[in-house]
Structures are given as C-alpha cells and as structure tokens.
Design a protein around this ligand. Structure first.
Ligand code: M6R
Length: 619
C-alpha cells in the first residue's frame, strides 16, 4: 500500500521526476515520504513523517547535489509508527545502499535477531530495515552486484514485497524485485524508471514491463535485465499502456473524487458503447489490449454457477452482478468477501466461473481468493480496471472496465464501470446460453445508451446544488441508515461505505426488508435515513419502509424514481427513470455526491481519508 519510484538517468537530475512520481503515487499511502539520491561520495537521504510537502520542505532546507540515480517512497505504516526514522529509504550499516519497500517481511523478527547478534545496529522499527542489512551482508560476503545480493537476500525473506534498492558511490546500480505487490519498469535511451504503479511511469514511457512474482530486475538507461531468484535470465515482454498523463491530474476539480464522479458519463461510454453490437442484440466483452478477453461461447455456455469474490466497493458491484447474472442469464451466483471466502474452505465445483472484481487488480485478498478458486478447478475470470495488473494476468477471461486511473481513495467511477461490466457479462452470457433472444438483447443494449443523458442530468449544476442543500441539512445528523431492496440493496451498502470512509460519520447500509429485524431501533429524531427506491418489482415494499421510519420520527431522504416514495419522504432526490437492471448506475450518483458534500462541509481530507490507502496489497 506504499508507493515506490526509482530512476537512473544518463544526465540531468533525477530528483524532480522522483518527487513528481511520489505526488502521483501519494494516494497509495500518505503518512511519510522520502528519497535517496546516489552521489559520488555517498548518498543524500531526506525523509519525513507526514505528507510530501514536508519532504519538499526538508529538501528546500538542505538541497542535495544533482544526482542521476535515486529512489523514493510514500509510506502507509505497517511496522512502526509514521516517524522520520521509520520513513523509507533505509540503508545498510555500511551505507553503501538504500532500499524502499512495499509489503510485509513476515520473518523480520527472526532476521533482525540474527543480524543484531552479528553486531548490526538497527535505526528504525521497520521490517524493511532488516532487508537493507541483509543486502549489505551479501555484499560483504562477496556478491558481485546489487542484483546478486538481492537474489541471495530475498531467498531468506518470507512475505510479500515490492522493493527497489540503489547502490551508490563508484558502483551505481538500481534494482527492483517483486513477490506479491506490483512493480513495473520501463526504459528509454535517456533513462530507466521503476514504479509501484504505471501512473509513475507514463510521463517517461508507455511501454511498460510488469514484473512477475519472483523476478529481480536490473535497470540502466536503455536497458533492463530480469532474472529469477536462482539467477536464470528471463524475457518479460512490454505492454503498451494507453492511459494519458492528464488522467492522473485533478483538472479543474478541487478533489480527485469530484473529478472522478463527474467522469462517469464518459466512463459509461468507454466501458459499454464500443462493445455494443446492435445488429445482433449482443455485446463484445473483449478489449483492444486483450483481444476477445477469453470469453468463448463454450465457456459462457458450460458454466453452471458463478462465484464472485471482491472487497469493499468492488464487492458491492459484485452483489449487483449477482442480481444481473441470475436475473438476465439465469445462472446461479454467490458473492462473498474475498477475505472470508479464502479462509472458509469453500465447496466449489469445477464448472464454476470464479469472478473476481477489482479496480486495482492488486488487492491481496481478492488475488488469494482467485488463486484458491483456480486450485479448486474453477475458471478464473475478472472484471478489472488495470490491464497489466496481477489479477488480469492470472485470469483466463477478463472484462476491462476502461474507467481510466482512479486516484481518489473513495471508489466512484470504478464502481459504476464494474456494474456496467457485470451487465455486459450478464447480457453476453444470456445470449450465449440462448436465454436472451436477439430482440430482448437489443432492448437490453439500447437501455445502456439511454443512461448517458440521465447521468449528465444527475451531474448538472442544478442537481449538485440540490444535493449540497441536503448535505447542509444533515451534516450534524447523529448517524445515517441507508436502505435499499433488490438490485438497489447493494447501492445502500455503497452509500453507507462512501459516507463513512470520507466523512467519518457513522453509517449503516441494510436491505430494507431487514429494517424491522433490528435497525429500526435506531430510528429517532436526528437520525437520517436514506431510502433508495426506483420503480420496479419491489418498489411498493420499500415504500412501506419510508412510512415506518417517518412514523418513528426519523428523517427520510428518498433517492430514486419511485414517485410515491419521493412524495412520502421528508426530502426527495429525484433520479431519472431507467430499466430497473441499470437503476444502480443512476441511484449511486446522488449518494456519491452526498458523501462528498458532507465530507467537504466537515472539513475532511476527501482524497486521503484517515487510515485508508487506495490499494490494499497486504492482508
Ligand atoms: O482495488 P479494489 O477494487 O480491489 O479495492 C477494493 C477495496 O479496497 C476498495 O473498493 C475500497 O473499499 C474503497 N476505498 C471503497 O471506496
């Protein structure tokens, strides 16, 4: 969950590029930051607890000399609190090398005891420092290169890591390695660059090599060499990444989250429109970067059930996928937290499609759930936003969501893209199995096109100011209950998650039908209840929840297209009508805006909520 950057150049100074890279990666962890620059006579290290601005201030106070080789890190603390001493980079005792790390070295206690017994003095509480000293020991023991020291040292390490190390002084070397969390590399004639995320590399090159677990990579300008831990050299093909540099900026918006909320009409178009086949009343699941995506008719026909595994917002999209795939393709679906699924020894049949859903494609629990399903003979498939991610590379069939980089920690556009991708999959599956005929297929794909103007309306100034007014009236609420039923029940879960993660207000999402089994006890004046209800099969059931909450003195904000519920509620946020299957795509927008506005009024750090990081690459 930390960000890593590194570079070696033929000429000029590496520092500015490292800081730019760290800024782009700060969303991955933001409790401390640091850089190490290799100099002829040694190293310049600057590191500070706090945001990157603190690091920049430290660099301003004592500017280092120009250097052509360096590494940088933005930290999300796991071992040791966020202090200057625990911030990365860490060095070995002999001060020949510096190291940054993302992940967890599980046997760091044992390694630390062993090194201390040999006289090594540790300067931090981190697990990372043990690896820096191990590398130093391997150099002392005659490892001819930093890469060889890395291979030998890593054979002693248990855990998950992406690491980058730099040797300074006369022998300038830059090396990175991976076991678990991602790391990618790219070269140009002028330099070689590494990063824990493609976003850090695209200002330099779009031809990116994604390292595999167990790879160690040596970098020099214009040159990469990848070996396995036993020293065997391997070829890793580069992949072209189409994301634009501007995609990683905030544009005219004050926060990434708001920018990403406003991108959603375009996300709909990118995820769905080029895949619609109106002639056949069908969709194509492939993508220019992945061909047909692995979705053969045979696979879609022969599957007898679908098991979804995901975390957080992606799981909420997975719950919606359950309604879509069961409802449209008539295939049974189960959906579970990846962190529960992987440890409950699930019973899985080989003709199951194991569908992992993830924005990043790097979430540790989701990857583990997917690997378990593969071991049990299921076909691993994914809905994912990052073409070169581990999840995509480990899946036999993939729908890429094409949402573009999502940087706000609170997921918004990725959710909408995941729901749309699940809809496409349900339609394709129904067509392949003959459950959806051409005429029905045509209706279903046309419904997608109708969403765009409705999304635009929901994001209009008029609508946003309406939500700002609702937010102002509820910013002091004792708490929030979000209720929804059927395909909009997961939207209620998502509304509650969004609000709590960025505004720190207590919020719970519930299936509306469960209200009388417990949560109704919470209702009293001052408690706000958001009821999501659109026209459809369960609208009248949800209507009675609105009445029950109001009868007990609770305040109801109704979001949706069901006119009677909107009339009954204290406040109404009208959402344009759509097909019921696609109503979550519209209903979630006011909930995203409501949490954004409440968090803004409460003065919260919207893009970097406390204790959270964008990508959870450790357990
Ligand atoms: O990258 P992923 O989609 O696998 O991430 C899953 C969750 O960590 C993520 O959705 C998280 O819940 C977000 N912060 C929600 O806004």
């Amino acid at each position: 969950m930390c960000g890593i950057v590194g570079a070696v150049l033929t000429q000029g100074s590496v520092l500015e590029g490292l800081i730019e890279g760290l800024r782009v990666l700060e969303y991955r962890g933001y409790d401390s930051a640091g850089v190490a620059l290799g100099l002829e006579g040694g190293v310049a290290i600057r590191r500070r607890a706090g945001r990157i601005e603190k690091l920049e201030a430290a660099l301003g106070e004592s500017p280092p000399a120009d250097s052509q080789i360096g590494i940088g890190h933005t930290r999300w603390a796991t071992h040791g609190p966020p202090t200057d001493a625990n911030a990365h980079p860490h060095t070995d005792g002999g001060e020949r090398l510096a190291l940054v790390h993302n992940g967890i070295i599980e046997n760091h206690g044992e390694l630390r005891a062993e090194l201390e017994a040999e006289g090594v003095a540790f300067k931090s509480d981190t697990d990372t420092e043990a690896l820096a000293h191990l590398l130093g020991r391997e150099l002392d023991n005659g490892a001819p290169t930093l890469a060889e020291a890395m291979r030998r040292a890593l054979s002693r390490v248990h855990g998950y890591y992406a690491v980058a190390a730099m040797r300074f002084g006369e022998q300038r070397e830059l090396v990175c390695a991976r076991q678990g969390p991602p790391i990618c590399v790219g070269v140009t004639p002028e330099g070689a660059f590494l990063g824990s995320d493609v976003l850090a590399l695209i200002p330099h090159t779009r031809e990116i090599v994604f390292l595999d677990d167990g790879d160690v990579c040596e970098l020099a300008p214009g040159h990469l060499r990848v070996t396995r831990l036993d020293g065997t050299e391997v070829e890793r093909a580069s992949q072209h990444v189409s994301w634009e540099e501007a995609d990683a900026g905030k544009g005219v918006y004050p926060h990434y989250m708001l920018k990403e909320i406003h991108e959603q009409p375009d996300v709909l178009a990118r995820t769905a429109f080029s895949r619609i086949d109106e002639e056949r009343g069908d969709v194509l699941l492939g993508h220019e970067e992945l061909g047909d995506g692995g979705w053969s008719d045979a696979l879609l026909r022969d599957v007898s059930r679908v098991q979804v595994a995901a975390c957080g917002t992606a799981l909420h999209a997975g719950y919606i996928a359950r309604y879509l795939i069961e409802g449209l393709a008539r295939v049974p679906v189960d959906a579970d937290y990846a962190s529960e699924f992987r440890y409950r020894d699930p019973v899985l049949m080989p003709d199951t499609l194991a569908l992992a859903i993830s924005q990043s494609g790097e979430t540790a629990d989701t990857l583990a759930a997917q690997r378990l399903a593969r071991e049990k003979g299921c076909t691993p498939a994914a809905i994912c936003n990052v073409a070169g991610s581990t999840l995509v590379r480990e899946s036999d069939a993939v729908v890429l969501t094409n949402a573009g980089p999502e940087i706000g920690v609170a997921s918004t556009k990725a959710f909408v893209a995941q729901v749309i991708a699940a809809y496409l999959l349900a339609v394709r599956m129904g067509r392949a199995r003959g459950v959806i005929d051409q005429a029905r297929g045509l209706e279903l794909v046309r419904d997608l096109r109708l969403l765009r103007p409705s999304l635009e309306r929901l994001l209009s100034e008029e609508h946003v100011s309406e939500i700002q007014a609702v937010a102002a009236r509820h910013v002091e609420a004792k708490g929030f209950l979000f209720l929804g039923r059927g395909i909009n029940y997961p939207v209620a879960l998502e509304g509650a998650l969004k609000l709590k993660e960025i505004s720190y207000m207590h919020a719970e999402g519930y299936p509306a039908g469960e209200m009388k089994h417990g949560p109704i006890a919470l209702i009293e004046p001052g408690m706000s209840t958001v009821v999501v209800n659109s026209r459809g099969g369960v609208a009248d059931k949800v209507r009675s929840n609105v009445e029950q909450v109001r009868a007990r003195g609770g305040q109801v904000i109704c979001v949706g297209s069901d006119p009677e519920s909107l009339d009954l509620a204290d406040e109404a946020i009208v959402v344009p009508e759509s097909s019921e299957w696609l109503s979550p795509v519209l209903n979630v927008i006011p909930l995203q805006l409501l949490s954004y506005e409440i968090a803004r009024l409460r003065g919260c750090d919207i893009d970097k909520p406390r204790n959270l990081a964008k990508s959870v690459t450790v357990e």
